[in-house]
Design a protein around this ligand. Structure first.
Ligand code: ARG
Length: 460
């Protein structure tokens, strides 16, 4: 009888097929978790010693061995083998090579790979929540700083991508700051909700060993241990939440990216992106392309795919652990990396983007942006019912179009012919339009300054 060499090989009489080994292995991607796996094992070993399950000597040997493995992986000298299947078994096998099987073989007491992978992946996701939220804050800071310089930069606000009403660039950018504030809060609340340790849940039903789950939870920076071992080894909500949070974040970054792509076109000319963050064409010498913004916009597709992918993996899975859940990691690693990289580059790109105030102002002179102001004037100063005022101003716009003018260029003479209540043209000025929209949350400088204050207080 040939002996199967796997860590789990006791009951097997034949070696695993190469095909199975390759199909089954997750080492190719879960090696990303090695730092968390080692941290988890050190905490577990310390707990076992504290509980008298390991001697202090055994615990010290195990911890020393694990630290050596950590440096081997750091330095690139560690040999990752498909036959080890995953990072958990790769590290455990190496540990036994270094300190011998008699002590190395004791580390897995009161633990299963089911709670081990759950605690490793949770640590990864919890720290990703914090890293991403820090990067979001940086982006909010940049947007708010740019906004402060552009309180008086007028631009058309759009609906249906048609000119609607004049706003300040500061106001438009602050809209994004508040979207990212919600994103920040989403990552933090996911962190708070999921920052519990599954370690010590063992395979699915807990363990007869006298362990201290509270100790390992605190040692690893979690708030407390999870409450039900069966749920703990089955649960991937924490991974789904970060995938969802990243999806919403990307929905937002795709919108600002889309605007940067539009705004950098010659049709708009609202922004000039720095050469540092633009690319050329291999054939058209004149080209300067906004590839970064386009790529961020494009990555959104993959990020949404990762969310739907894992939701589908988890759907209908019976309790408790199933190998299907091994499919949870690649999508999460991919979305987390995309989020971190995109936030860093978007932030740097925005800092170096030039906003062309004069082109924005020029754009404001098209599209009768202050039509609503004239209607509001007739309502508030002349007692005209809003519906009627709307109609009168509609006629003014039609007249302006007929004359090839923007409403703001019309003479008082022409306008008062349409309605004698129109007795001044100040109401048609862009500046007046912006500054009178001083309702809470509006575009007037006084309102935008309040928004900036709220955001800066939030940023601390
Ligand atoms: N590589 C596995 C995963 O990522 C680790 C857990 C394996 N557990 C098991 N019972 N086969 O899910």
């Amino acid at each position: 009888m040939t002996e199967n060499k796997k860590l789990w090989g006791g009951r097997f009489t034949q070696e695993a097929s190469k095909l199975l080994e390759e199909f089954n292995a997750s080492i190719g991607f879960d090696k990303n978790l090695y730092k968390f796996d080692i941290k988890g094992s050190i905490a577990h070993a310390k707990m076992l010693a504290k509980q008298g399950i390991l001697s202090n000597y055994e615990k010290d040997q195990i911890c020393k061995g694990l630290e050596q493995i950590s440096s081997e992986i750091d330095s690139g000298s560690f040999e990752f083998k498909i036959s080890d299947e995953d990072i958990h078994m790769a590290i455990e096998s190496r540990l036994s090579e270094i300190i011998g099987k008699d002590i190395g073989g004791k580390l897995h007491t009161a633990r299963s790979r089911n709670d081990q992978v759950a605690v490793d992946f949770r640590q990864y996701v919890m720290s990703a929540n914090l890293e991403i939220s820090t990067l979001i804050k940086e982006l909010m800071k940049t947007l708010t700083n740019i906004a402060k310089d552009h309180l008086n930069t007028l631009m058309p606000g759009f609906t249906h991508l048609q000119h609607a009403q004049p706003v300040s660039l500061a106001y438009h950018l602050m809209a994004y700051s508040f979207m990212f504030m919600r994103d920040y809060e989403r990552f933090i609340s996911s962190f708070e909700r999921n920052n519990f340790s599954p370690l010590g849940s063992a395979a699915l039903a807990g363990t007869p060993h006298n362990i201290d789950r509270e100790f390992t939870a605190l040692e690893l920076g979690f708030k407390a241990p999870t409450f039900n071992a069966m749920d703990s080894v089955s649960d991937r909500d924490f991974a789904l939440e970060i995938l969802f949070n990243i999806s919403v974040l990307f929905m937002h970054t795709s919108r600002i990216s889309e605007e940067l792509v539009l705004w950098s076109s010659s049709e708009f000319g609202f922004v000039t992106m720095s050469d540092k963050f633009s690319t050329g064409s291999s054939i058209m010498p004149q080209k300067k392309n906004p590839d970064v913004a386009e790529l961020i916009r494009g990555k959104t597709g993959r990020v949404y795919g990762n969310l739907v992918g894992l939701l589908t993996v988890m759907k209908s899975l019976p309790l408790a652990y199933n190998k299907d859940t091994q499919e949870d990691k690649e999508g999460v690693f991919d979305s987390v990396n995309s989020a971190k990289n995109s936030l860093v580059i978007l932030n740097e790109m925005l800092k170096t983007t030039k906003f062309n105030s004069s082109n924005m102002l020029k754009a404001c002179q098209k599209g009768h942006l202050t039509a609503t102001d004239l209607a509001d004037y007739l309502v508030s100063k002349k007692g005209t019912p809003f519906r009627k005022a709307h109609h009168i101003v509609g006629e003014c716009v039609a007249k302006a179009e007929e004359m090839g003018l923007d409403l703001s260029q019309m003479s008082l003479d022409e306008l008062s012919k349409i309605d004698k209540n129109i007795d001044n043209t100040k109401v048609l000025s862009l500046e007046n339009s912006k500054e009178t929209r001083n309702s809470y949350g509006g575009t007037a400088n006084s309102s935008v300054l309040k928004q900036i204050e709220i955001l800066e207080e939030f940023l601390g």
